[in-house]
Design a protein around this ligand. Structure first.
Ligand SMILES: NC(=O)C1=CN([C@@H]2O[C@H](COP(=O)(O)OP(=O)(O)OC[C@H]3O[C@@H](n4cnc5c(N)ncnc54)[C@H](OP(=O)(O)O)[C@@H]3O)[C@@H](O)[C@H]2O)C=CC1
Ligand SMILES: O=C(CO)COP(=O)(O)O
Length: 333
């Protein structure tokens, strides 16, 4: 099968490398010609995956028309802010029937759409799926075992994509609940900022656990309000990804939160990062969705307040970082 992967960042490059096996001709598209040339000629992508060696079979190009014409399966791993534009540029050169898989975790800023909804709008008539789960790119490229979920309504398509995407110790499960899976992947990034912030402020492990547990409740609340199933969020696409992202020093969202907790400004933090931390923008979209559905989502709302500069990180954790005042030692029940 001829596979095209759009987006030569950490995850797009990793998935492209995973899919390089005897029966797949994988072409990775990078908008930056230098990155494409580096992947194609030197088998590396130092800006996004420093030190990693990529498969000799992997080809890369900065020519989007060539990449689009190549595709029998299109995999899209550009950040959510660039997702629609990448599909629109691809559309004129793309075969009509091919499946499209989103790797991206977030929601479209103004429309609030999930990425498979964007695929259906821009490329109607093609099966749309989301690959999601606890999948920190560097570990997977290093060959460590991981599990992921391919979510699409048609389980025949899901099973076919599962066969194409799974490789060795990278295990792929199918899921029919696309809403639950995509909302889990988007919102866990916001909760990872909150957990990182707790880390930066020096709170204890109990507090971080509380943030993650209550964060999981927010993932579930929003997913159910949008038509997803609560049980989905108890699996890889919810709790699994939440735990990996909130706990791992590799997470960019957790890093942003930690730096905010240390008292640095968002502009300063993002100014130093080449990679995307989707949770920063997702926080605002989630608050708009919570308002729309009348949901109580205090953690997402607090992160929104911090990243938009309404409050400081230390104010967000007021009461969690101080000693318990006299007279409040007992559980109020
Ligand atoms: N990294 C991970 O472990 C995982 C990431 N994801 C999700 O995958 C998506 C991509 O993440 P990731 O690969 O990590 O991101 P990175 O920040 O590592 O890379 C982003 C890539 O997208 C490209 N890009 C940025 N803006 C545009 C644009 N306007 N048009 C075309 N290409 C663009 C960048 O190109 P350039 O170099 O030119 O800026 C770069 O190649 C995100 O939604 C993320 O949440 C999901 C699972 C795991
Ligand atoms: O989605 C991810 C792991 O599953 C990657 O998380 P970050 O974008 O925070 O690095």
């Amino acid at each position: 099968m001829r596979v095209t992967v759009l987006g030569a960042g950490s995850w797009g490059t990793t998935v492209a490398a995973l899919m390089c096996r005897r029966d797949h001709e994988v072409l990775l598209w990078a908008r930056n010609p230098d990155v494409a040339a580096e992947v194609d000629e030197q088998r590396s992508n130092e800006a996004y995956l420093p030190g990693a060696r990529l498969p000799a079979r992997l080809r890369a190009t900065a020519d989007l028309e060539r990449a689009s014409r190549h595709a029998e399966l299109l995999v899209v791993g550009v950040p959510t802010g660039a997702f629609r534009e990448a599909l629109e540029l691809t559309r004129p050169h793309l075969a009509p029937w091919i499946p499209v898989v989103s790797l991206s975790k977030g929601l479209e800023r103004n429309t609030h759409l999930r990425m498979t909804e964007v695929i259906k709008e821009v490329l109607p008539g093609r099966p749309a799926a989301a690959l999601t789960g606890p999948n920190l790119a560097r570990e997977i490229l290093a060959g460590q075992a991981a599990a992921s979920v391919i979510a699409t309504e048609d389980l025949t398509v899901a099973a076919a994509l599962q066969r194409e995407l799974a490789r060795g110790v990278f295990r792929v499960y199918t899921h029919h609940d696309v809403v639950g899976c995509e909302i889990g992947g988007a919102l866990k990034n916001v909760i990872a900022i909150a957990t990182g912030m707790a880390q930066g402020l020096g709170v204890g492990d109990n507090t971080r656990s509380a943030v993650m547990s209550r964060g999981l409740a927010e993932l579930t609340t929003l997913a159910v309000a949008m038509g997803g199933e609560a049980t989905t969020l108890a699996g890889l696409a919810g709790m699994g990804d939440l735990v990996a992202t909130c706990m791992s020093p590799q997470s960019r969202n957790r890093h942003v939160g930690e730096q905010l907790g240390l008292g640095r400004s968002l502009d300063e933090i993002l100014g130093e990062m080449r990679m995307v931390a989707e949770g920063v923008k997702t926080a605002s979209t989630v608050v708009e969705l919570a308002d729309h559905h009348g949901l109580d989502m205090p953690i997402a709302r607090t992160i929104h307040d911090v990243v938009t500069g309404r409050i400081r990180a230390s104010e967000a954790y007021r009461g969690l970082t101080r000693a318990v005042p006299a007279g409040h030692e007992l559980d109020p029940g």
